[in-house]
Design a protein around this ligand. Sequence first.
Ligand SMILES: Cc1cc2nc3c(=O)[nH]c(=O)nc-3n(C[C@H](O)[C@H](O)[C@H](O)COP(=O)(O)O)c2cc1C
Length: 244
Amino acid sequence: MEIGLFEAIYSARSLRRFKPDPVPDEVITKVLDAAIRAPSGSNQQSWEFVIVKDAAQRKKIGAVYQKGGAILKALYTDRVKPEHMSEDTYKKLMASAYYLIDHMADAPVLLLACLKQVPMAGAPPKLPPEVAAAMKSQARISGSSIYPAVQNIILACRGLGLGTVLTTIHTFFEDEVKEILGLPPRRGPAAEAQAQYLETPASAERRARLREQQRLAQVSRPRPEARPDKRDRRRLMRLQRDQT
Ligand SMILES: Cc1cc2nc3c(=O)[nH]c(=O)nc-3n(C[C@H](O)[C@H](O)[C@H](O)COP(=O)(O)O)c2cc1C
């Protein structure tokens, strides 16, 4: 049964505890077909999606991910809880993210969305200074041509009953990941999404948020015009009669 777009958006939570069920190739193909519908700068479509199902390779990537996790833990030593999260939500998120560090290889499918760093066809080899100056924000937006595809992957998976979590910390050791996968140097694994069948169709928190949204929608919906009751209607008719 397919779910609607908005239900998919609201219920696509990050899931980090994996079921071992294999994901059929036709399902992966459908997910990738959704990925390539995404927009990309100048329609370059400089992406490549690497699907890792082989247990030995997953194990190797899992080991790299653990190394990335150690760095994340060091970065997070004194991390202050973001204001919008409750203490409980924050603790659960951290416990879940730390669990993933040691269990990445359990996911039956790792999907690496890679951005090929190819120069724009026909671009001048040396940019005029004013063009180079205008390009200074390029590093910050460099992921913007791959993440729309990643979001399509997340939503397509959700629509097909697969859970995902987007992670990036394996890129701390990008060269090792490339070596395991035999990727050429100019192709960076920008993000990784793990696909696995969901234990439950959607998690409670996202559902709660959805309910909240519905409540908000009700609050902001304009109240229907008050319908005059019988007595008002009779008074109105009398008034109209008197005026004619
Ligand atoms: C760029 C990016 C990097 C992320 N990196 C990690 C990560 O390293 N480990 C992890 O467990 N989750 C990671 N996440 C998932 C976020 O923790 C998650 O999206 C966020 O907590 C919101 O939770 P939700 O997706 O369930 O709504 C990442 C998400 C994004 C967008």
